[in-house]
Ligand binder design. Structure first.
Ligand SMILES: Nc1ncnc2c1ncn2[C@@H]1O[C@H](COP(=O)(O)OP(=O)(O)O)[C@@H](O)[C@H]1O
Ligand SMILES: [Mg+2]
Length: 213
């Protein structure tokens, strides 16, 4: 049965789409049968690939558009996949509960700022609602655009630790490679940025180990 990892945060601009793409590439490059589900009706991933993608570089990416299936639970037993990464829109909507209930892990990316750290409260409440229905659902917060070498990131971590979900040890740095790689509709692995690639690998492995714990 595929593992379903959903990236969610009610705010835009916190890194959901960027991290979805990079996690997808991390799994796909290891020949894990991975599907990238674009549940954003504005279809930002789909748009990105339509506008910028070149057939050669994105032809093999498995983007699954929302209109291609009826219910998220159809993904839960999909025989052709090992992992689904679901990118979600930047607002709270009723579909999210359905998505969460079909997920094994909800990753909440939080930009390294007090405003973003406080804004995750509603997303967390919604995940908790889904956990009442599906007890096996796990969740965690990842600090994105961390500013390394300052106490500021530690302050944000401490603020986030007040929520019930674990704050992952892995931090994603503020690196131009994450934005630049989107230009080529690709990931930091294709961009060949070793530090960023290491962070994404650590993030993926931490999620896997939390799923197994
Ligand atoms: N770790 C990072 N370092 C630098 N820029 C980042 C990072 N993560 C995201 N960004 C940039 O921030 C912007 C918002 O990211 P995006 O993934 O679209 O957020 P969301 O999907 O949550 O709305 C994009 O321009 C993206 O390139
Ligand atoms: Mg997005």
């Amino acid at each position: 049965m595929p593992r379903i990892i959903t990236l969610s945060h009610q705010k835009g601009g916190v890194g959901k789409t960027t991290l979805s793409l990079n996690l997808y590439h991390y799994f796909a490059k290891q020949n894990v049968r991975c599907g990238l589900v674009d549940s954003d009706p504005q279809g930002s991933i789909t748009k990105l690939y339509e506008r910028l993608g070149q057939q050669d570089s994105w032809g093999n990416i498995n983007i699954i558009e929302r209109k291609s299936f009826k219910k998220f639970e159809e993904l839960e037993e999909h025989p052709d996949y090992d992992v689904f990464i679901i990118d979600t829109p930047p607002y709270l909507d009723t579909n999210l509960v359905e998505i969460y209930q079909s997920s094994d892990f909800v990753l909440i990316p939080c930009k390294c700022s007090p405003l973003d750290a406080l804004a995750i409260e509603e997303t967390i409440e919604l995940v908790k609602q889904a956990q009442e229905v599906f007890k096996g659902l796990k969740a965690g917060i990842v600090i994105n655009q961390a500013i390394t070498g300052t106490d500021f990131t530690k302050q944000i971590r401490s603020l986030l630790s007040n929520y019930e979900f674990p704050v992952l040890d892995t931090e994603i740095g503020n690196r131009v490679a994450y934005s630049r790689s989107l230009f080529n509709s690709q990931s930091v692995f294709v961009e060949k940025n070793p530090k960023a690639a290491q962070e994404v690998a650590a993030l993926a492995e931490e999620i896997i180990s939390l799923l197994q714990s």
